[in-house]
Design a protein around this ligand. Structure first.
Ligand code: XIL
Length: 448
């Protein structure tokens, strides 16, 4: 009950604040491009890992809020942080990040549900059947708390070994539950939050090699058997021992060809100056060349707080100054071709249409989905209105931000504003029926 109340109040207040923040972002985007707005112009999100402990630092939050469209809690959603003892969940730090992101109209990636590391010791002491229950309870407890609020979840992290064998890594899950634990985790995750994209995430899988091929074979098997998986995350921690692979794009593409999205989830590249900048360019270009590469996340805002701070691997230095790598990323994202410029969004007469379907239905509520489709011109952003029948109320919304005026919900994009001509995106919402089963009315879609 608490969780439901919390989500209701969060959805209502976040929608209002986010609408105001979006207006501000639209103004500043005209003056100077940012990573988030430039990536949105390419139909992608650009995110960063965030640590709750730094949100009180003015320069940190100013840079975060100005530049990024998506955040990943760096440690706050891990098992040791969220369920330190069995059945006792603590969400305080993760909530701080999610609340901050939502109040600024940023989206949130969930990281991570099942991982051998940052795992409290009680998990390792359980026998197989207890462990299976604990794993499922952890997934439903954590995902349930943020239901409808997370665009993509890393359901299982780092389950394969390094080296040429393509074997699974030893962990309590692997050792006691066997290969099937990954499938079980994905099935539990789908049930816990049907709106979230479910990702498998790993490192040293960025190029074509034995480890990435083992993951590839697993994803292929999952998609052929209908095991729910939507995306594969490529951590992309690079340095001189592990450089950006020359077949990065080719590797992303082969996964995308299996029918899943790909995301660059923890990008950092040790180095400095023009060499570092050139490597960042390669990564961004690889993602942009793969249609199903839906977004990129760098693993931190500033070098000084990086988990590999000695390698200065990020886009902002310790004083939050933009590094050459920042300029390179912005330009690879087409940063100079801002809204209204030739070839950019907003040129010509932009139009869009919105259509509605009910995607799930139960006694007390239903899920609705609106598909927004650009007309014959590319669009930079859109606005759609949904009018709810009397008594109904919205308890959650995803892939968009909402402002309410009576029973009229005005929805604007979160990361999914930019659409190429004729292409579509969707947003979804959960409605509490309060005794009325009537359908909402979707009004005109406006494009800009
Ligand atoms: C790292 C964090 O950045 C550190 O603060 C923490 O001490 C250890 O974990 N792969 C992952 C991330 O999936 O969760 C890791 O994050 C980096 C490697």
């Amino acid at each position: 009950m608490n969780m439901i109340l919390r989500r209701l109040s969060r959805a209502a207040t976040a929608g209002l604040v986010a609408a105001a923040a979006l207006t501000a972002a639209a103004h500043s985007a005209e003056a100077a491009d940012t990573l988030g707005s430039a990536a949105a112009g390419q139909g992608r999100y650009f995110g960063t890992a965030v640590a709750a402990g730094h949100l009180g630092e003015a320069d940190y939050t100013a840079t975060l809020d100005r530049e990024f469209g998506s955040v990943t809690p760096e440690n706050e959603m891990k098992w040791d942080a969220t369920e330190p003892s069995r059945g006792t969940f603590t969400f305080t730090s993760a909530d701080r990040i999610v609340d901050h992101a939502q109040s600024r109209g940023m989206d949130v990636r969930g990281h991570t549900l099942v991982w051998h590391s940052q795992l409290p010791s009680w998990v390792g002491t359980l026998g197989a059947s207890d462990l299976r229950t604990a794993m499922k309870d952890h997934i439903s407890g954590l995902m349930g708390h943020y239901k409808g609020e997370i665009h993509s979840w890393d359901v299982v992290n780092e389950a394969f070994q390094d080296g040429g064998s393509g074997a699974r890594r030893s962990s309590p899950f692997q050792d006691k539950l066997g290969d099937g634990f990954i499938e079980e985790a994905f099935r539990a995750a789908r049930a816990a939050d049907p709106a979230a994209k479910l990702c498998y995430n790993d490192y040293n899988t960025d190029g074509v090699n034995a480890k990435s091929t083992a993951v590839y074979n697993m994803v292929k098997d999952f998609t052929s058997r209908g095991v729910p998986i939507d995306c594969v995350g490529f951590q992309s921690h690079f340095n001189s021992n592990s450089p950006v692979p020359s077949d990065y794009r080719q590797n992303l593409q082969r996964f995308a060809d299996l029918g899943v999205d790909v995301q660059i989830t923890e990008l950092d590249i040790e180095g400095s100056g023009s060499a570092q900048a050139a490597d960042y360019t390669k990564v961004v270009q690889a993602c942009l060349a793969v249609e199903r590469c839906t977004g990129m996340t760098v693993w931190g805002v500033t070098d000084k707080y990086s988990w590999r701070s000695g390698g200065t691997p990020l886009l902002f230095d310790g004083n939050y100054a933009e590094k050459p790598a920042y300029d390179a990323v912005l330009s690879a994202l087409g940063g100079s071709g801002g809204p209204g410029e030739p070839g950019g969004p907003g040129e010509g007469t932009a139009t869009c249409t919105a259509t509605y379907t009910r995607t799930a239905d139960w006694d007390g509520g239903y899920n609705g989905e609106v598909t927004v489709t650009a007309g014959s011109e590319p669009i930079g952003s859109w606005t759609a209105t949904v009018t709810l029948p009397a008594r109904q109320s919205v308890s959650a919304l995803w892939n968009g931000t909402a402002a309410f005026n009576g029973n009229v919900m005005t929805v604007r994009p979160s990361w999914n504003g930019a659409l190429a001509a004729g292409t579509s995106t969707t947003f979804g919402f959960t409605v509490t029926k309060n005794g009325s089963d009537a359908a909402p009315a979707v009004g005109a879609c406006t494009a800009s």
